[in-house]
Design a protein around this ligand. Structure first.
Ligand SMILES: Cc1cc2nc3c(=O)[nH]c(=O)nc-3n(C[C@H](O)[C@H](O)[C@H](O)COP(=O)(O)O)c2cc1C
Length: 426
């Protein structure tokens, strides 16, 4: 089983910052993240991951927002850890491939082969507004992402592994025959190359992706080595898992070359009652107006005029240029369980659509084991509701339970992120 720690401010629960166990001012404190990284590494987790958006998402009046930029932060985490993988979210819509390939190659060198890239196409309209453009359509964003990836890969490959000879006596630092330009001319980019950073230790960073639309799944099948996904039920997870694995073959890839990691937000108690009490305590701290705004953002529709005790409007449909898969998940959840807007907000506050599991360490391990053994997951994207406490509890109580069951490593067996996920250097 593979485990990734999804770090987010002082916790994934929307109300985490109001809980007495957190310190919301620490979201810009590097020591907070360094402590979290060391904790995750103590648990032998494969990797840690930072999400990112290119706009101030959410309403800072009611949530602890305004944290740190992932690549900068991960460089600082690389220096206090030795094994754990470091995955940054970087957009292909509002960046240039040369910049991104260079920064990720640098992080891979700094960390000794532990860099990963969560490739996102930036679904938000607020992000477009920070770059003076209107949001490109879903199809255009994914089309650009494909060319972006191809260019980035070619830039990392522009230095052969043995290009640097550093022969001081002969006065030859590099064999320039092994540093090749790209001369790429495509629809979105013209890039001469070569990259101005030597070939990264892993060849290229671990490529991670998180979109679950048709475009997103095809993109993942072609490029991704790990996929983050939000699934509410085991049948949905199994369907997604089988669908995505089946898409690999046409690209000449084997099922084990892509790891599927659904999100799971564990609310851990020493007894089930204690876990449920923590879940309730967090629910009581939710600010309904904030939840309605988050829900409105998912659909790109203002829902603030609708009563909390009523259902979602019957005519609410998916906005095709937004986050397609997340809109579908929320609509399905609300309709399947007949939830009012107020109830839906509570259900989403914990994991924004990811599965929330409250229970003892054994119960949480049971849940993870079931999804893992019944074809729903290769591992999990662990989203602690509270940080640092929720991560420490997971590492101290759930990880040992998984280890006893023979489901999770007791020691690192590799020094690179690709190695942790059972992949060869590229
Ligand atoms: C676990 C997870 C983490 C994500 N993190 C980010 C992120 O940090 N930044 C971002 O812009 N989108 C993020 N996304 C959104 C996806 O990249 C994608 O836009 C979304 O799932 C909708 O894609 P689709 O339209 O292909 O379904 C994340 C999605 C998941 C499931």
């Amino acid at each position: 089983m593979h485990l990734n720690a999804f770090l987010m401010g002082v916790g994934h629960h929307e109300a985490a910052w109001r809980h007495p166990s957190t310190e919301p001012r620490r979201i810009t404190d590097i020591r907070h993240y360094q402590d979290l990284a060391r904790t995750a590494e103590r648990g032998k987790l494969d990797s840690l991951f930072l999400a990112d958006g290119l706009a101030l998402w959410g309403n800072a009046r009611h949530n602890a927002l305004g944290g740190l930029e992932p690549l900068t932060l991960l460089a600082a985490l690389a220096t206090v850890t030795d094994h754990i993988g470091l995955i940054a979210t970087v957009s292909t819509t509002y960046n240039e491939p040369f910049h991104v390939a260079r920064k990720l190659a640098s992080l891979d060198h700094i960390s000794g082969g532990r860099a990963g890239w969560n490739i996102v196409t930036s679904a938000g309209e607020a992000e477009a507004a920070n770059f003076g453009v209107t949001r490109p359509s879903h199809g255009v964003r994914y089309h650009r992402a494909e060319e972006f990836l191809q260019v980035a890969i070619n830039l990392w490959d522009s230095w052969s592994e043995d290009a640097v000879v550093a022969d001081r006596r002969a006065g030859v630092f590099a064999d320039t025959g092994k540093i090749r330009p790209l001369d790429h001319e495509g629809t979105h980019f013209r890039v001469r190359g070569p990259l101005n950073v030597q070939r990264p230790p892993q060849g290229r960073p671990l490529l991670v992706q998180a979109g679950s639309s048709e475009d997103g799944k095809e993109f993942a099948a072609r490029f991704a080595e790990a996929v983050f996904t939000a699934q509410q039920t085991l049948p949905d997870a199994q369907e997604f898992y089988a669908d995505l694995k089946a898409r690999l073959h046409p690209y000449g890839r084997e099922p084990h070359e892509l790891k599927i990691l659904p999100g799971a937000s564990p609310i851990i108690g020493s007894t089930e009652r204690e876990a449920l009490r923590l879940e309730r305590d967090l629910e009581e701290l939710i600010i309904p107006a904030y939840g309605v705004q988050q829900l409105s953002n998912i659909f790109g529709v203002d829902l603030s005029d609708h009563p909390l005790d009523g259902p979602l409007p019957a005519d609410l449909t998916q906005n095709p240029d937004g986050q397609q898969s997340r809109q579908r998940l929320v609509l399905d959840l609300a309709r399947r369980e007949g939830l009012s807007i107020g109830q839906l907000i509570k259900r989403l506050a914990g994991g924004r659509g990811h599965r929330v599991v409250a229970g003892t360490p054994e119960q949480i391990a049971d849940h993870l084991q079931e999804w893992f053994e019944y074809g729903g997951a290769d591992g999990f994207n662990i989203m602690p509701p509270l940080l640092p406490g929720g991560l420490a509890d997971f590492v101290d109580y759930v990880v040992p339970e998984l280890q006893i069951r023979g489901l999770f490593r007791k020691e690192y067996e590799s020094r690179t992120l690709r190695g942790h996920y059972g992949l060869e250097a590229a």
